[in-house]
Design a binder for this molecule. Structure first.
Ligand code: SAM
Length: 455
């Protein structure tokens, strides 16, 4: 599969291959490399292997409305809520990195109030539509959808390469549907919610209709056969699923329809919460991971959340850093002076710098500073949200560690250390999943659940 992000050149590829062959980390594991850090914190890591990824959600009501590879599994969130059911009476839940709202939807299904911040306006829209349209009559949704005009074609977003993303016939049908959706009236709250549900359904079929796949990065997918009628077939199915879920909500969860739950567009690093929370359940972006803006640029463009690449970049620059941010942003960070650091971060930075120099080439030579900015960003988020945690409350984070230029980065343990520096107790760290490093496939990484307690 060919990524739609920048491709490495041939010579970069061969240097990369040589470095992989020579890597001292071949066959290694983060469990072994983490030992000095674990000893430093005076803790243990317990094994608690479980499904934490979004994949099972495609069969779960409401969660299945929009596919989101980077999300949590609903059953994982439910297991946390169950664990603390007796301890907190009617807990108030926060997810500072709300994504498509898995934590909030699951909390609301338990009748708990839930709140979130999210910087990507498309994801915030998805989360709020999943949370706040529970009172819409399924028959009314089906009526508006069935009456959608099909004579009002509206062009694909001009800044995207839609004629490469979609086959000609598919593109034409998507433009017809887009025009129909745009003409739905939204004069009152009920009409607005129905329009939002149909927009959500439309956005959720775009990648399936395209010549691409998200695995988890968005890239072209050779030999994918998409029929011209795919937009109609897939949208019909999606709307029927949503209508069925609304029926289920209105019979089984009717007492919770008005439970307050919402995600606002805000930066988790500085948004001042007025409310107090009992549980903060979240998963921050992973360090070497995904670009949560470029990966969703097709949906963002088609739904009108952005009109050009400059707007995409502006959103990305505000987020917790990922490894394809602009060099300018990292230069600014280096100049900014008052940043958080600790002895582990400084040691990791120095080792990465040394290893890059030794290799003579690396994807990004400013990687040590990207790593530093990542922990500075997470420190800002934690420092910002911890004051809104009630005493006795818990801050639960799921995160994966990384291998960068042959240097192991114990993200979970560093987050625990930051939490402890900010006054929380490290209650538990559990290994929930084993992963493979993207760079050295034989190196085993882990994904952990960190539980921090506020006394
Ligand atoms: C790992 S995903 C969370 C997924 C979520 N648990 C779910 O199930 O949908 C991290 C999210 O954090 C968002 N994000 C990144 N930096 C942010 C910031 N500074 N403030 C708020 N949200 C941010 C990204 O857009 C992304 O949606």
């Amino acid at each position: 599969m060919k990524s739609i992000l920048a491709e490495p050149t041939q010579s970069e590829l061969s240097v990369r291959k040589i470095n992989i062959l020579k890597s001292p980390k071949k066959g290694g594991s983060s469990d072994r490399d983490a030992i000095p850090y674990i000893e430093g914190l005076g803790i243990e890591i317990f094994e608690n292997i479980q499904p934490i990824q979004f994949t099972p959600n495609i069969n779960e009501h409401i969660h299945r409305w929009a596919p989101y590879v980077q999300g949590f599994s609903a059953s994982f969130v439910q297991s946390i809520l169950d664990q603390y059911k007796k301890e907190y009476n009617d807990p108030v839940v926060l997810d500072p990195f709300a994504g498509c709202g898995t934590v909030l939807v699951q909390a609301k299904l338990n009748g708990y109030r839930s709140y979130g911040t999210e910087l990507n306006p498309f994801l915030q829209f998805i989360a709020n539509t999943k949370l706040n349209c529970w009172d819409i009559s399924p028959n009314y949704l089906l009526k508006i959808y069935n009456d959608l005009p099909r004579d009002n074609r509206s062009s694909a977003p001009s800044f995207l390469k839609s004629s490469s993303h979609f086959n000609k016939g598919v593109l034409r049908n998507l433009e017809i549907l887009k025009g129909g959706i745009e003409s739905i009236e939204a004069k009152n709250e009920k009409q607005r919610k129905v329009k939002d549900l149909i927009k959500l359904a439309f956005s959720s079929i775009l990648i399936d209709c395209s010549n691409m796949k998200r695995t988890p990065c968005l890239g072209y997918y050779k030999n994918k056969k998409v029929y011209d009628t795919a937009p109609y077939v897939l949208l019909d199915k999606k709307i029927r699923d949503i209508a069925n879920d609304l029926r289920l909500i209105q019979s089984q969860y009717k007492d919770f329809i008005n439970t307050e739950s919402k995600v606002i567009i805000a930066n988790a690093m500085d948004f001042k919460h007025i409310k107090k929370f009992d549980l903060i359940i979240t998963s921050p972006p992973y360090m070497n991971g995904l670009d949560y803006v470029i990966n969703y640029k097709i949906e963002m463009g088609w739904l009108g959340f952005v009109e050009n690449h400059k707007e995409l970049k502006k959103i990305k620059d505000e987020m917790v850093v990922c490894d394809n941010v602009s060099k300018g942003l990292i230069k600014e960070f280096c100049k900014s002076g008052s940043t958080y650091s600790n002895d582990w971060i400084e040691k990791i930075k120095a080792e990465i710098e040394k290893n890059i120099e030794k290799r003579g080439h690396y994807r990004r030579t400013d990687m040590p500073y990207i790593v530093h900015k990542y922990f500075d960003d997470l420190h800002k988020v934690m420092k910002n949200v911890i004051p809104s945690l009630n005493s006795g409350g818990r801050f639960i984070l799921v995160v994966g560690d990384s291998l960068i230029a042959d240097m192991y980065v114990p993200t979970d343990l560093l987050i625990a250390k930051i939490g402890s520096d900010l006054g929380l107790d490290i209650e538990r760290i559990e290994k929930a999943r084993e992963r493979r490093s993207g760079q050295i496939r034989s190196y085993k990484l882990r994904e952990s659940i960190i539980t921090l307690l506020k006394r």
